[in-house]
Design a protein around this ligand. Structure first.
Ligand SMILES: Cc1cc2nc3c(=O)[nH]c(=O)nc-3n(C[C@H](O)[C@H](O)[C@H](O)COP(=O)(O)OP(=O)(O)OC[C@H]3O[C@@H](n4cnc5c(N)ncnc54)[C@H](O)[C@@H]3O)c2cc1C
Ligand code: SF4
Length: 490
């Protein structure tokens, strides 16, 4: 196992993400040693650290008497392409084994996807329900008679809600060493390193899951889409970083959640909603990533060209929703799905931020981010750069959605009820500006028919005002640019 520069620094990952991964790796290596399994572990600052996975493997192979190299497939196309050449470069057989921490294999996904004009999560999800038997009756029907209870899972926040604090795990000696290392070596990376309270072992991750099932799951469905200022976690599970790093098994996680339904602890809308996120969305985006790469990453269906605003790195903006979501992202390397999609992603979509810039931002800032999951979610779901491969329409929305699903607008300098003018919520005029800019590309989309017809009926004068407001807003953002990230990267 090796903590290598090439992986830790190819983008400026959030400090917490690096600390989490290095600590989890060191704990895992120690457990293996304790079980009597010999592990060669290369620390980041070891003088003999070769800096890349290939060079570490090459050195290990040169040092010993080996017949072959056996790898588990990795999570990013970039590295996978590199690994495919290893056999030639090492002059030795290299076997790349499937990652069995997923429910669907690449072949299964390809078999499902081949010949389809559109790929929709819902239909793939049903296959995964049948494959796993999760929430299926003995007769082979979906539990409760429906496959999907999403319509019950869109409640706005309520004052009486009382989400529990996130589970917190003490920093031990191994984690402290890693925290010192990250503070020293990755000071120029995004985000707050401390306080650090993430799970770093499989046992702790299991405890985090238990906390979720006991204290959040019953309300997970109802308030899945709700956002509350200073309540970053709501009733979410906070386990994505643990599942993606292999500390939790996705199938076992879903089985535990399904048991909570069977025992009457949690309602069906919550349990089905949670299981759909894992065996539906998570498997679907992963399947699509490997099915569509490498061309997928280059798509820019809406010809988006603007720079990512500097405030995505600082949180310094008057827009309360963005300031809160970015502030907590900096602090926790976490934001929940609706903040990522309907605030951070939606704003980048409306502005027309270059896909590369917003994709890199999402890859940097979250502890759970790897390209196989980040790219389809951002490129496909949030900014529609894939032109509809993943979703049937852009998730574009004005301030109205954020107002309905959060308490942000009441605390904002902008007025969500105003459509244009200095004080109007920028999401409002940017929304219409987005539709005008992309009218040609979107007018044929059946699911956009109603809104595009409203746009067509809009008076020219109003359209002009909207365009002017949007231009003024873009100029203001450009003036305040400082581009910390560009400087940090150079
Ligand atoms: C723009 C954007 C970027 C995203 N980037 C990432 C990313 O880099 N890494 C990542 O793991 N997830 C990503 N997601 C998906 C999702 O937002 C996170 O998995 C979720 O917020 C993690 O928090 P949680 O564990 O509390 O999730 P919960 O809300 O409790 O959901 C349970 C689990 O379902 C899975 N899940 C839910 N939605 C998705 C989804 N759309 N795709 C894949 N898995 C899902 C996760 O494993 C998650 O832990 C992104 C979503 C969007 C809209
Ligand atoms: S008014 Fe607009 S910018 Fe302000 S919090 Fe609401 S949606 Fe966000």
């Amino acid at each position: 196992m090796a903590e290598v520069r090439a992986e830790a620094r190819y983008v400026k990952h959030h400090k917490k993400k690096i600390a989490f991964l290095f600590s989890a790796m060191r704990h895992f290596a120690k457990d293996l040693w304790d079980e009597g399994i010999k592990v060669t572990y290369r620390r980041y600052t070891d003088p003999e650290n070769k800096g890349s996975l290939f060079d570490e493997v090459k050195a290990a192979v040169a040092d010993g008497d080996f017949d072959a190299v056996i790898l588990t497939e990795c999570g990013e196309y970039r590295l996978m392409s590199d690994m495919r050449d290893w056999s030639e470069k090492l002059d030795m057989p290299v076997h790349i084994r499937p990652d069995d921490r997923f429910i669907a294999t690449h072949d299964e996904f390809a078999e499902w996807a081949d010949g389809r004009k559109q790929y929709r999560m819902e239909f793939f999800y049903r296959e995964m329900r049948k494959k796993t038997g999760l929430l299926m009756t003995e007769e082979g029907d979906p539990e409760g008679g429906e496959w999907n209870y999403d319509k019950e899972n869109r409640k706005p926040p309520k004052d009486s809600m009382n989400p529990p604090p996130q589970p917190s795990f003490a920093v031990d000696e191994i984690t402290q060493e890693v925290l010192d290392l990250v503070a020293e070596e990755f000071d120029d990376h995004f985000g707050d390193l401390e306080p650090f309270n993430m799970a770093v072992t499989a046992k702790q991750a299991e405890a985090a899951l238990t906390h979720f099932i006991d204290r959040c799951l019953p309300w997970f469905g109802d308030y899945q889409d709700a956002m509350v200022a200073d309540q970053p976690f709501m009733y979410h599970s906070l386990i994505s970083a643990y599942i993606n790093a292999g500390l939790l098994d996705p199938l076992r996680t879903c089985e535990r959640v399904a048991e909570a339904y069977k025992s009457g602890h949690a309602p069906l809308n919550a349990v089905e909603g949670f299981i759909r996120q894992i065996i539906g969305w998570r498997e679907f985006v992963r399947g699509l990533y490997w099915y569509k790469m490498p061309d997928y990453a280059d798509l820019n269906a809406l010809n988006a060209r603007r720079q990512l605003p500097e405030f995505y790195w600082t949180g310094e903006t008057d827009m309360a929703c963005l300031a809160d979501a970015i502030g907590q992202t900096k602090k926790y390397a976490y934001a929940h799905h609706i903040q990522r999609l309907m605030v951070l992603g939606n704003f980048a979509l409306l502005m027309g931020v270059k896909p590369d810039e917003i994709n890199e931002w999402f890859l940097v800032v979250y502890a759970d981010a790897y390209e196989w999951v980040e790219l389809p979610n951002v490129h496909g779901m949030a900014i529609f750069a894939d032109g509809g491969i993943l979703g049937s329409k852009p998730y574009a929305s004005s301030g109205k959605y954020i107002d309905r699903m959060s308490n942000y607008c009441g605390q904002c300098r902008y007025k969500v009820k105003e459509g244009t003018g200095e004080d109007a919520c920028p999401f409002n005029y940017l929304y219409w500006d987005f539709l005008m800019r992309n009218e040609e590309d979107l007018k044929g989309n059946q699911r956009m028919a109603m809104i595009m017809s409203t746009l067509r009926k809009m008076k020219d004068e109003k359209k002009e005002t909207i365009r002017d407001d949007a231009e003024r807003f873009f100029r203001k953002i450009e003036r305040s640019e400082d581009h910390w990230y560009a400087r940090a990267r150079s």
